[in-house]
Structure formats: C-alpha cells, structure tokens
Design a protein around this ligand. Structure first.
Ligand code: ADP
Ligand code: ASP
Ligand code: MG
Length: 413
C-alpha cells in the first residue's frame, strides 16, 4: 500500500491511512506500506537547498547533500504512521531506504534502484509486523542517501512489491484511479477500470503525473499488478472494481482506439536556423547535448527551400533550456548555423492508445479537432501508440478538452 503526499498531509489524514492499513491487516494480509512526505514538504525542502546556493567552485556537485535534505520528508511520515498504527493497537515499525537496504545508483536527485535486499524486511513482516517504508529514497554503494526523482515514492512502492513478491501494489492517491485525462483539467474525464502497462507508461512519460514513469517501467518488467485508488475510500467500500488496474494488454476486454489524453508544460522549444545541410551536423549537436545529460524529446528537421541550408527544431525539458542554449551557442562557429532561439511558451499534448496499432485515422481526428479550435501545431512526433503535438502553452486546456471530446472519451451525462 503506497500513500502519496495529500493522503498523509496532516495527523488526521495519517490516522485515516492507519485505519485503512489496519483494516487490510485484519483481513489477514501481510503488508508493506510506502509513504511520501506530507503534501508540500518536498517542495519546501527543495527551496531550502536552493537557498543554500550553488557550490563556490562552480564545479563540485552538491547533489548528494540535496538528497540528504529532500529525503527527510519521508522519514517524518514513516515514523508518524508507525506511531499511529501502534496507537491503534497494531505492530508496526518504520524503515528508511538505507535500513532495508534499497540500493540505488549515485545519480543523485534522479537515482535508479539497483536492488532491494528485502530479507530482513520480509522476515519482520512474516513476524507479524507492518512495515512502514520511507518512499523516494535509497542508499548508494558508498552509503550515501539518494533520491529517486520527483514522484519517486511510486517507484519505491513497485520495487518493494516486486522484491516481496506481493500479490499487488496499491497506490493510494487523491484521485480514485487513472482517468482518460487529468480530471483537474477536464471534469468529463472518465475513470478507466483497467489500463495496459504500455499505455500507462506513455501517459506517465507524456505528463500524467498520477504515476512516476519509472514505477510503470518497473511494474511492466517485473510483472507487478498495480492498482491506483483513492485514499479517501472507506475500508468497508472497497471491492475488486475499486480504482484502476494497470496490467497486461491481454487482460483488458474493452478495446479502445484512444485511451487517454496527456499534457506537459515542461517543454521548451529550441530552433536552429540556417544549418549547413550535410552529414554530421545533427550528430555534433546531439552529442553535445547528450554528453551534458540533456534529454532531447521531439525533433524535426527540414531543408530550406532556397539555399543549401536546413532548419531544425527540437524540445528539451524547461529545466534544461538555458543550459542547452549555452551548449548550442558554443557550437555556432564549429557547426556554422545562422541563428538559434528558444521558446518556453509551449506545451505538449498527446493522445495515447494501443488501438492505434491497428486503426487508421487517429492523426486525422487529432489534427481536425485542433484546427477546429484554431490551435496551431508547431511540432509533431509519433510512436506506435501515441501522437504528440507541440502547441502554444495558452491553448493547453482547450486542446486537451477538444481532443478528449473528439475521441469520444467524455463522460456521458
Ligand atoms: P500523490 O501525491 O498521491 O503521489 P500526485 O499528485 O503525484 O499524487 O498524482 C495525482 C494527481 O495526478 C491527481 O491529483 C491528478 O490531478 C493528476 N493526474 C494527471 N493526469 C491524470 C490522469 N490521467 N488520471 C488521474 N490523475 C491524473
Ligand atoms: N515526496 C517526493 C516528491 O514530492 C516523492 C513522492 O511524493 O513520490 O516528489
Ligand atoms: Mg505522485
């Protein structure tokens, strides 16, 4: 059972979570609980690390100490939930990432879990104790605390579920399942009873933050069945159809062409104009960005009509925009382009569905719906099961709602 920030936001909510956990335990289940920091806590901790300022030499990384600070929010909630469970008469103890241990690599701030050594944890649970685990954190081989990237408690939960061979990983959050789009943007969004790993992976990586992308990757590779449900449910009201099950495509009877619409405001668009049109140019640009760990997403290139030059547009995360522009400018003489510019006022809107593999006309519907609303498409990218477009940020909500309706996803009534 994993509980996100809003679900453990204060002592009353923690008491509620404890009652849910106790109810499951009394049914005879053995339980590991993973908790996030209280809502807003991690943001506050991140701001404190920013206030400390960058390293004086400008070179040394202080990300390892960033992790020491931001991982602390989960320690508080794990301890509080264990205390509350004990107050309700249950046997419980808290576990930090390093105590289990959850071994992570040393990419501080966005570390990946390498292994979960769950023997001691499993033995404690077998002994009748509820394990309350601090999410979001692991320990490196050198004994340093590492955090798993924002939203990383989802990944902690799936990794623990896999290591303990749990029957299921229940992710309790502030919505009662995975919806056809973010219910905060479109009230007519519908809860999906089931969604395939592939679709959930695309939804998450294209902006639906209900699950961290890596948690879905891990669930898919380790065959962990994940259920997303609301922590505001009453224990007595739970049934097998509560929430959304993330599972294999084969287990889904209802076939849809498009399952969902996702959006992300986290993109920045970089355009290079007047690039020499010869082999090796893209290689130079993207090697430079890749070496600096910049993730490039959408890419388009086109030959200019009148000269021997080409134009190129690609997107990077907003966080990397300024750094990417510096790297690009440092290549201007060597590569020989005329002009580079960045636009942060963009959003990416995507439609996702495994049905696209076998159906035509999905792109036509998308472009038609956007055209009807006067939304201009700047960049397009596709994969087997998704189409993404980059548009002006101001049109995000309009575009999401238009697409949601165009694919017949709106709730009826
Ligand atoms: P937690 O703190 O429990 O981890 P998050 O805030 O990370 O919760 O994720 C839950 C939020 O994800 C919801 O409040 C909702 O606004 C957002 N969300 C975005 N897309 C979707 C979607 N397709 N279905 C459900 N929720 C979504
Ligand atoms: N507390 C962390 C965050 O806010 C991890 C999580 O909630 O999953 O990103
Ligand atoms: Mg989350």
């Amino acid at each position: 059972m994993k509980f996100g920030g809003t679900s453990v936001a204060d002592p009353e909510r923690i008491a509620r979570v404890a009652r849910l956990v106790a109810a499951e335990a009394r049914k005879g289940h053995e339980i590991a609980v993973v908790v996030s920091a209280m809502a807003g806590k991690t943001n506050e901790l991140v701001a404190w690390t920013d206030a400390a300022g960058p390293p004086a030499d400008g070179i040394a990384l202080n990300d390892d100490e960033y992790d020491v600070v931001v991982a602390s929010g989960e320690q508080v909630t794990a301890g509080l939930l264990a205390l509350t469970l004990r107050a309700q008469g249950m046997q419980a103890r808290s576990w930090m990432g390093w105590q289990i241990p959850i071994i992570a690599d040393d990419a501080h701030g966005r570390a990946r879990i390498e292994a979960v050594e769950a023997d001691a944890l499993g033995a404690a649970i077998d002994g009748g104790q509820i394990a309350v685990i601090a999410g979001f954190q692991g320990v490196t081989k050198d004994g340093r605390i590492a955090t798993l990237g924002r939203g990383g408690s989802d990944t902690s939960a799936v990794a623990i579920a896999a290591a303990l061979k749990a029957i299921r990983c229940d992710i309790y959050t502030d919505v009662d399942g995975v919806y056809t789009t973010d219910p905060r943007i479109e009230q007519r969004a519908r809860r999906l009873a089931k969604i395939s790993y592939e679709e959930m992976l695309e939804m998450a990586s294209l902006g639906a933050k209900v699950l961290q992308t890596r948690s879905v990757e891990l669930a898919m590779s380790q065959r962990v069945t994940v259920r997303v449900l609301s922590s505001f449910v009453e224990p007595g009201d739970m049934s097998d159809t509560t929430g959304t099950i993330v599972c294999d495509e084969e287990e889904i009877v209802e076939k849809r062409i498009v399952s969902g619409v996702a959006y992300s405001r986290d993109e920045a668009k970089i355009s290079l104009l007047g690039l020499p049109d010869h082999p090796g140019v893209s290689s130079k640009i993207f090697s430079k960005l890749g070496d600096a760990n910049v993730n490039v997403d959408m890419i388009v290139q086109s030959r200019a009509r009148t000269s021997e030059t080409a134009n190129m547009t690609f997107t990077v995360g907003k966080r990397d925009a300024a750094r990417s522009m510096d790297l690009i400018r440092s290549l201007q003489t060597e590569v020989g382009f005329e002009h580079a510019e960045v636009d942060e006022d963009v959003a990416k809107v995507s439609v996702i569905g495994v049905g696209m593999r076998s159906h035509t006309g999905v792109a036509k519907t998308m472009f038609g719906a956007l055209a009807d609303k006067g939304v201009n498409i700047q960049v397009i990218s596709t994969s087997e099961i998704k189409i993404s477009v980059l548009i002006e940020a101001a049109y995000t909500e309009l575009a999401v709602r238009a697409l949601h309706a165009a694919y017949g996803l709106d709730q009826i009534g």
